[in-house]
Design a protein. Structure first.
Length: 436
């Protein structure tokens, strides 16, 4: 089957479309194993390299520095070369980065390996958002997005205990070697399965929702990055996304250590307890942010209102993170943490399906890049600020308080800037220019 003869992703057999959806989910599952591996290896790295909490925060953020720096260029590359070419290159880079971490003789080279990992994994979510926009109609995008977005939470639920047991049995270096081998296997699978929909003689497809939310294809060149950066809806979405990702990375990088240090949970138990909120998050993301949203839209409910209600309501639930401030044991900590990450995970599929609902598919890579740039600023800040505040105060009150405050800003951005999830007005042709 050669993609040069395909008329459109929407006319392909339903089975292949959902094969693409599952393939994207497997990719996120694999690359999040690389991310959680560092949090799981905290104590082992302290023993091997003699690092402090502040240094561990810097090490946790290293990945996000390059990840953030690559976001806007990645969006342009995706809109120019397509998902397949960019993704194949990125998967190879992140696999090599995991292998480099496994063999790093000291903290400096380990730090460099994490920087390389950020470069490799940078295109993942923008590429997936672009692929969903190309392959799925608007009425199915929340579920398609929920597959890969929920995989990020499932990776934490499954990856933390799995990699934790692997670490306890064979050491942290072999656990990083395991994720490298897993990534190379996924590279082969992706190369065999993923194809681009036909691009209408190399021109891109603009997807606009009609009254029922079904896409209509028309031809259009890409929107310039400079134009998208000035759009109020794009900025509101990016700010809210950054708030969500701050909480996500706070828990991703520090939850096992918080349970062990602040609540005195034995190390082996932290691996299992850490998985519980992430398993709940994966459930909420898939069934609320994906299945429920698409079901309500197909039953005739107003699509923009449904999506915005889940996006806003889930983010409000994220304020539950503040409940961990007064927790005194694992149960009273994990209940508000589960509410927070569950609500945010329900909102996340809507968040990541929105780029393809706001702009033509020829520009979803850029909007995804803007979104993920904001995300990675938060991913850099969360582990560093947490490390600094924990080291200076000896507790986690400031860490959770900062996260809750940022979520309030994100909620205001959704209400005041995003307002309604609907296509942006397309500017007159001369304004698009060569900046695309």
């Amino acid at each position: 089957m050669r993609h040069s003869h395909w008329s459109s992703g929407y006319n392909q057999p339903e089975r292949y479309r959902w094969t693409i959806g599952v393939l994207l989910g497997v990719g996120v599952l694999v690359n999040y194993f690389d991310r959680v591996n560092l949090a799981v290896s905290h104590d082992a790295l302290v023993t091997s390299f003699g690092i402090t909490p502040a240094v561990f925060g810097q090490l946790s953020a290293a990945y996000s520095w390059t990840y953030a720096a690559c976001q806007l260029p990645t969006g342009v590359l995706l809109d120019t070369f397509g998902v397949r070419k960019v993704s194949l290159t990125s998967i190879l880079i992140w696999a090599l980065a995991s292998a480099a971490a496994a063999f790093a003789p000291g903290v400096l080279l380990f730090f460099v390996a994490r920087l390389l990992l950020g470069i490799g994994e940078a295109p993942t979510f923008p590429a997936n958002a672009k692929a969903v926009g190309a392959w799925f109609p608007a009425s199915a995008r929340s579920l398609a997005t929920a597959i890969f977005d929920s995989a990020a939470k499932l990776a934490n639920a499954v990856g933390v205990p799995l990699l934790g047991l692997l670490l306890l049995r064979v050491g942290w270096r072999m656990s990083f070697g395991f994720t490298a081998a897993l990534s190379l296997t996924y590279l082969l699978i992706f190369a065999l399965l993923y194809r681009e929909p036909h691009r209408f003689s190399m021109r891109n497809v603009v997807l606009q929702s009609d009254q029922d939310g079904d896409p209509q294809a028309s031809l259009a060149p890409p929107l310039p990055l400079s134009h998208l950066l000035r759009e109020r809806k794009v900025l509101g979405l990016a700010i809210g996304s950054g708030a969500y990702n701050y909480v996500f990375y706070l828990l991703l990088t520090w939850l096992p250590t918080y349970l062990a240090q602040a609540l005195h949970v034995p190390l082996r138990q932290t691996f299992w307890l850490t998985g519980a909120p992430w398993l709940f998050a994966a459930f909420c993301g898939f069934f609320i942010g994906g299945v429920l949203v698409d079901a309500l839209i197909k039953r005739g409910f107003n699509a923009p209102r449904v999506r915005f209600a889940v996006l806003l309501g889930g983010t409000v639930c994220g304020l539950g993170i503040a409940g961990a401030i007064v927790a005194r044991d694992a149960v009273t900590a994990l209940l508000p943490i589960s509410l927070a990450i569950g609500g945010l995970s329900a909102a996340s599929p809507v968040l990541w399906s929105t780029p393809s609902l706001l702009v033509p598919n020829s520009s979803t890579g850029k909007v995804g890049g803007i979104l993920n740039f904001s995300n990675q600023i938060s991913a850099i800040a969360a582990p560093i600020l947490t490390g600094i505040t924990v080291q200076r105060t000896g507790g986690y009150t400031w860490a959770f308080g900062i996260a809750a405050g940022y979520l309030v800003i994100g909620i205001l951005a959704y209400v005041l800037l995003l307002r309604r999830i609907e296509p942006l007005p397309i500017p007159p042709l001369p304004e698009w220019g060569a900046a695309a």
